[in-house]
Design a protein around this ligand. Structure first.
Ligand code: PLP
Length: 377
């Protein structure tokens, strides 16, 4: 088998989707397909009744090709090329996020009559993958933008926010939902009633330790929604939580080296052709690691980064390019016997991996294998 290869287990994608539906039965799920747009993953979620959130016209095109109705799709990228807005509007997309008058101008021109939802900036409770800080406005500006949208012939449809990716604090949704309540009050004075509250993504997965249970997130969200002034259509846009744990990245050791007291294990996958989030998080996202011996090597053991009971020597797991930023994990407990040709499996690799990958230095992004009903296809 050629590597690197991402094995995506659709059964686990389905299980993650069902768990979210069960925890928040009154909240619609729209998959943030940017996270892993593999056609089989997207089709599988469509088959389960999942909705979708897009960031571009190309993502929309993929959904239209498989028959996803445009009217149900959320276009949540707050700043879009005008051509993408026009294409989406022509295809029947009805709902668009925004957080500026410039975007409003584009929406008025390219999507007359559309329903718009404003992106709110929310308190930063520090998520594990820092993804926020670029979008969102304060409450006063959010109200003004929605009123301006109404005055210019658009439907002031709702509000959205994103608490940050891999958010380990369930309470991160509490204050934003209170802010939504305040926004409702401000708008009620102007006879505007919101229809949509989009709670974004950010739901976490297991890397080498368990995140808080989904039930804790659901309790905060369900209570926050119940406390709103009037009922609304609530949606979430999970990316990572639906696909990360379903993915295992199978890599091959292409070389080992001892450098100044440290063992470096070089894989055929690294930050640039799959593990960009290692770079983004300063190597703090601790993907679980297993090793698998080839016949030629003497690796006997399996271990997990930071999670093994018997202490083993620590190695640095790095990628194939000439760039030092290519390292996936420092100080992983793995056998020192790991040798060229051995396989290494990195878990929780289904989100923000293949889709971020480039072929820098000529090392190709991983191939993708699909597994369903326990069988590799
Ligand atoms: C608008 C929007 N919604 C949802 C998501 C998905 O976030 P996550 O993968 O943390 O669930 C993102 C991710 O960047 C996003 O930008």
């Amino acid at each position: 088998m050629n590597t690197p290869r991402l094995v995506m287990d659709l059964d686990r994608v389905g299980a993650a989707y069902r768990a979210m539906r069960a925890a928040m039965p009154d909240v619609a799920v729209h998959y943030a397909m940017k996270c892993n747009p593999h056609p089989r993953v997207v089709e599988h979620l469509k088959g389960l009744g999942c909705g979708f959130e897009i960031a571009s016209a190309n993502e929309l095109e993929q959904l239209l090709t498989i028959g996803v109705p445009a009217a149900g799709i959320l276009f949540s990228n707050p700043v879009k090329p005008e051509t993408h807005i026009a294409k989406a509007h022509a295809a029947g997309v009805l709902r668009f996020a925004f957080d500026s008058t410039d975007e409003l101008d584009k929406l008025v021109r390219a999507a007359p009559g559309a329903s718009v939802y404003v992106r709110l900036a929310v308190p930063d409770l520090h998520s594990e993958v820092p993804s926020e800080g670029k979008f969102g406005v304060d409450l006063g500006t959010a109200a003004q933008l929605l009123l301006a949208a109404r005055d210019r012939g658009l439907d002031p449809h709702g509000v959205t926010f994103h608490v940050g990716s891999q958010m380990l604090h369930p309470r991160a949704w509490a204050q934003p939902l209170e802010m939504v309540g305040e926004l409702m009050d401000k708008l009620a004075a102007e006879d505007v009633r919101l229809s949509l509250v989009d709670l974004g993504g950010g739901f976490p997965v297991r890397y080498t330790s368990d995140p808080p249970p989904l039930a804790e997130y659901a309790a905060v969200i369900n209570a926050g929604l119940a406390a709103l002034r009037y009922p609304v259509q609530a949606v979430i846009e999970p990316g990572r939580a639906l696909v990360a744990e379903a993915g295992t990245l199978v890599a091959t050791v292409i070389g080992v080296a001892d450098r100044m007291g440290k063992r470096w294990v070089h894989l055929d996958v690294g930050a640039f052709n799959g593990f960009m989030e290692s770079l983004e998080t300063g190597n703090q996202l601790r993907f679980p690691v297993d090793c698998e011996a080839t016949q030629a090597s003497s690796v006997q053991t399996r271990s997990a980064a930071g999670g093994s009971s018997t202490r083993r020597p620590r190695v640095n797991l790095t990628g194939p390019t000439c760039d030092s930023q290519d390292t996936i994990l420092f100080d992983v407990e793995l056998s020192r016997d790991l040798a060229t040709g051995d396989r290494v499996h990195l878990g929780s690799a289904g989100a923000y991996t293949t889709v971020y990958a480039s072929s820098f230095n000529g090392f190709e992004p991983p191939l993708v294998d699909i597994q369903e009903n326990g069988e590799r296809q």
